[in-house]
Write a protein that binds this ligand. Structure first.
Ligand SMILES: [Zn+2]
Length: 300
């Protein structure tokens, strides 16, 4: 993602202190109400309805006292990846979307992914998730993987305490809004040296870069055709495609995604989430990959 484009992001994400306070109050009240109404759902009923690659009963999941966990395979904990080598040379690729949830674009992309029966990974920023909790819930309800993309999307060097807050405050919002605990992290701007990745590593998270940048965060906003060309040219087995559903309108991305999917499929690719990609990458050579990615309910 282009760093210049993000420099004013904080301003755009903060339309007014009062609005944030009001949204936070409404979110908290809504969560408390859900918790009161549905807090006694038995754990096994919840597990039966949830799973990484399944559509989840999001109301039950959010209301349960048991969070949904997106855990990292042991051999990928504290590791930074740009792609994942596949022992079985299978043509899989992971679509990822950053900086949401966001009005319109996120839902347009969700509609495409649902129609095509594809699961993706969404790296959410804490502030918009607080502002648009219902859109965040739709992402989870459609069975996509939720990942952490910090609270403010800052690039500058930060103290260990600030880095901790950027990641942990976002984890808290993800937990409060979605009842999800995730150990998947993407550093804003792909900056690896400002203290955020050091914190994520210390806490055994999976640090997820990308192998193909669609270019959609460039200030000039490439056309859908240009995005499609870039992604197709850079696609590799085990690759990770960077796109954006938030941080401003990304209508070109929403327009490009159906074609990107169609063209990658025509080349023989199938689509996986980042946890699925890591599972596949961890599988011994010769193992059936269909077995390796069997979605298991993942609660703890
Ligand atoms: Zn970002």
């Amino acid at each position: 993602m282009a760093r210049g484009e993000h420099q004013n992001r904080t301003k755009r994400l903060l339309p007014g202190k009062m609005l944030w306070l009001a949204i936070a109050a409404i979110s908290c009240a809504g969560f408390a109400l859900l918790h009161t109404l549905f807090g006694s759902i038995p754990a096994d009923a919840l597990i039966a309805n949830t799973g990484i690659a399944k559509t989840v009963d999001v109301t039950s999941a959010i209301a349960s006292s048991i969070p949904m966990n997106f855990d990292v395979p042991k051999n990928f904990q504290a590791k930074t990846i740009k792609e994942a080598p596949l022992p079985n040379a299978e043509k899989v690729i992971a679509l990822t979307f950053d900086d949401g949830p966001w009005p319109e674009t996120t839902e347009q992309i969700l509609a495409t992914l649902k129609k095509e029966n594809i699961k993706a990974t969404f790296y959410m920023i804490g502030q918009p998730l607080k502002s648009f909790p219902e859109i965040g819930k739709k992402v989870l309800a459609d069975g996509h993987v939720i990942a952490n993309h910090t609270l403010h999307h800052w690039y500058h060097r930060m103290s260990p305490l600030v880095a901790q807050r950027e990641i942990e405050d976002t984890s808290k919002i993800i937990k409060e809004v979605l009842n999800v605990e995730t150990a998947y992290f993407r550093p804003p701007g792909g900056v690896l040296t400002n203290g955020l990745v050091a914190y994520a590593q210390k806490h055994n998270q999976s640090i997820n870069m990308w192998s193909v940048d669609s270019g959609d965060s460039h200030p000039k906003r490439p056309s859908p055709e240009a995005m499609i060309k870039t992604v197709l040219a850079g696609a590799t087995p085990g690759g990770i495609v960077l796109m954006h559903d938030g941080g401003g309108s990304h209508s070109n991305t929403a327009k490009a995604v159906p074609q990107i999917i169609a063209k990658l499929r025509a080349e023989g690719y199938r689509f996986v989430t980042i946890p699925e990609l890591l599972e596949l990458s961890s599988a011994p050579p010769g193992a059936s990959t269909a077995q390796a990615i069997t979605p298991t309910p993942n609660h703890s």
